[in-house]
Design a protein around this ligand. Sequence first.
Ligand code: LLP
Length: 430
Amino acid sequence: MPVPSVPDRSPCAASGHPSFHYRGGELYCEDVAVAALVARFGSPLYAYSAAAITDRYATVRSAFGADAHVCYAVKANSNLSLLRHLDALGAGFDLVSGGELARLQAAGISAGQAVFAGVAKEPWEIEAALAAGIMLFNVESPHEIELLAAAGRARGVRVPVALRLNPDVDANTHAHLTTARKDVKFGVDLARAGTVVERITSDPYLQLRGYHVHLGSQLRAIEPWLAAFDRVAAFMAADPRRREGVQWYDLGGGFGIAYGQGEPLDVGALAAQLLPRIVAHGLRPIVEPGRYLIGDAGMLVTAVSGRKVGGATAFLLVDAAMNDLLRPALYQAEHPMAPVRATDAASEIVDVVGPVCETGDFLARKRALPALQRGDLLAVFGAGAYGSAMASNYNTRPRPGEVLVDGERVRLIRRRQRLEQLWEDEQEPA
Ligand code: LLP
């Protein structure tokens, strides 16, 4: 019997997950050559690894245990096929808009395992979520409580709510990504929360089921979660009414990934340190990771258009831009990159820029990369979360296609937009 040849697999140091690796010098996503994906679906292209999502979900699930409710934060990437994959794994969902709820329903997923957050939900969103049998509303603004109570009264039901608290804890992350400091719009600060709890618990159409804290995004340290829980525990202990019927502690999302530098958040260590405190208070945890589940599972592949030099700066011009992946321009985020075909070319320092007419249109600045030429493909890693989800049509650029790879199987989960789609809602009525 011939021995099947085992392809040489070598890790791709830049990528955040072994689903992305080299075989014979070619970058693969699971069992599919990335160059073959681009040949079939064009460039730029988002490609996701189903195995990587499964893997990350298993890490979170095993860290927090069977008693935890793991909700995928849909905002990170709301593609219907990815939602279905997470649903099949057993995930619940964290929603922030009626639009996300409608997506969940379009994917054929029940809202019974979903929590609905957001700083100012509108009555139509509350109605839709109640009709869908939402598990929990995370409320965080006083007027929402009035809207929820009115909706409960109209339907004759008790609306399950968790109160989002703002414990004023520094998440040590980018200023745009910190959400539980004083003077940000999120949550109710602890000094004001007592009155809000009294309002909720005195209403026959509301039931206080939990507390919610989301500290921010891309956290790598555990201490902020511990500090936040301790403050919430002290808040609960101050008045027995604050604990009546309360079952959940929703510690939010924000689990950080490595983006090629340092270590991701140690989710096992977070659970090991935080869970005993939650359990000691007779509560069950909800977690809402988005980035951690999907970030490293996705890459953006882009083709090199050309090269140029301006002043002392060498530019690598690529066909993806800030409209496809906004994070570098918006947060100065650094996404690791690697050539799709491994090369011995000497490394050079370049700004990787797209064709959009803005100086802020860059995917990387002062990045060491092997010298690439027109037609070469470049992989941008860590792009699964807040990549496609934040993409736009700026410069009348159609959004890229997206594929989900599962072993050797490839599914187109979002067609590349056609140009005509970009103005179809602008036609004057005949
Ligand atoms: N729960 C709540 C209430 C949130 O506001 C968020 C994110 C999450 C969960 C999920 O956070 P994650 O686990 O994905 O970090 N566009 C930014 C991230 C904004 C996150 C907003 N809220 C970025 O590209 O880094």
